[in-house]
Structure formats: structure tokens, C-alpha cells
Write a protein that binds this ligand. Structure first.
Ligand SMILES: [Fe+2]
Ligand SMILES: [Fe+2]
Length: 165
């Protein structure tokens, strides 16, 4: 099996898009189905952004300095998606903002996943096959212990307080 980092990340993107389409095609009144789909979207995104944040982005930043600004933007886009995921994770599916928030998440992440056409090809050009395989293998290792649910802003605040004390 290939562990090429770009191949692995694009497979994740494909699965996320599939879940997005399922949500968009679901009956508006099928609250349980929609809630289940959102839960799966949140889980897929939590794992995926984690391995990009922890492995892919730092690896690219170090090896391809010309992509620094793209990487920084990607971190910010992840940050916005993380906030929406954390909110959706604790929101009741019959809340009037549940669908709207999910739609904004889909729009935001849909735009963000353009990274695969935007700068992934530049990474492919800059790095060798072997290097991409190594980065991918590292991603798979990190994926095994990646969080599956979002960290919540309140728990983040507690962690920050503890650090400042
Ligand atoms: Fe990303
Ligand atoms: Fe991604």
C-alpha cells in the first residue's frame, strides 16, 4: 500500500466530500440521520486536521519555505473549522442554527480542501517520492492515536489558565 502523504490526504478529502454530499442530500426533517452525518463529519475532520497540523504542515513548512504563507493560511482555515466542529459537537440537532452552522462548515472546508489543487502539487514537485512516503508513514502512525472528537473551547481555556498560573 502506498503511504504517499498527498495520496492519503486526498483520500481523506474524498471521504469528507462524500459525507458532505450525503448531508446535503438528506431529508430536511430526518433529524437523526442529519445528526449522525454531522457527527461523522466532525469525527472525520477532527482526525484529518490533526494529522495535517501535526505532521504534514510542519513537514512542508520546513522543507518548502516558499509555501510558508499557504501553510499559515491553512492553519487559520483549520482553526475556523475546529471552532465550528466544537460548537456542532455540543449543539442539539433540532437547534434552529444546526443546519446553518453545518452549511457554513461545508462551505468553509470545501474552500479549504482546494489546498489539494492549490499547493499540494507544489509539494509534489519539491519533494521526492521517498520523502512523501516517509511523511505519509508518519501520518499513519500519528493517526492511530489522533483525537476523534473536538477539544472544546472551555477545556482549551482551562489548559491555557493552567499554563499561565
Ligand atoms: Fe487542511
Ligand atoms: Fe486536508
Amino acid at each position: 500500500m502506498s503511504t504517499d502523504a498527498i495520496v492519503l490526504l486526498k483520500e481523506d478529502h474524498k471521504e469528507v466530500r462524500r459525507l458532505f454530499r450525503e448531508f446535503e442530500g438528506a431529508d430536511r426533517h430526518a433529524t437523526e440521520v442529519r445528526a449522525d452525518l454531522v457527527s461523522r463529519i466532525v469525527e472525520a475532520l477532527t482526525v484529518h486536521t490533526y494529522i495535517e497540523n501535526e505532521v504534514m504542515y510542519p513537514a512542508v513548512r520546513e522543507r518548502v519555505p516558499a509555501l510558508e504563507q499557504d501553510i499559515l493560511e491553512s492553519y487559520e482555515e483549520h482553526h475556523v473549522a475546529d471552532l465550528l466542529c466544537a460548537e456542532l459537537d455540543v449543539m442539539a440537532p433540532d437547534d434552529e442554527r444546526f443546519d446553518a452552522k453545518t452549511t457554513v462548515l461545508i462551505e468553509t472546508v470545501g474552500h479549504h480542501m482546494e489546498e489539494e489543487n492549490d499547493w499540494f502539487p507544489k509539494v509534489r514537485d519539491a519533494l521526492g517520492r521517498k520523502e512523501l512516503q516517509e511523511i505519509g508513514a508518519h501520518m499513519l502512525e500519528v493517526r492511530a492515536t489522533a483525537p476523534h472528537r473536538p477539544e472544546h473551547p472551555s477545556s482549551l481555556r482551562k489548559a491555557a489558565d493552567a499554563l499561565l498560573r
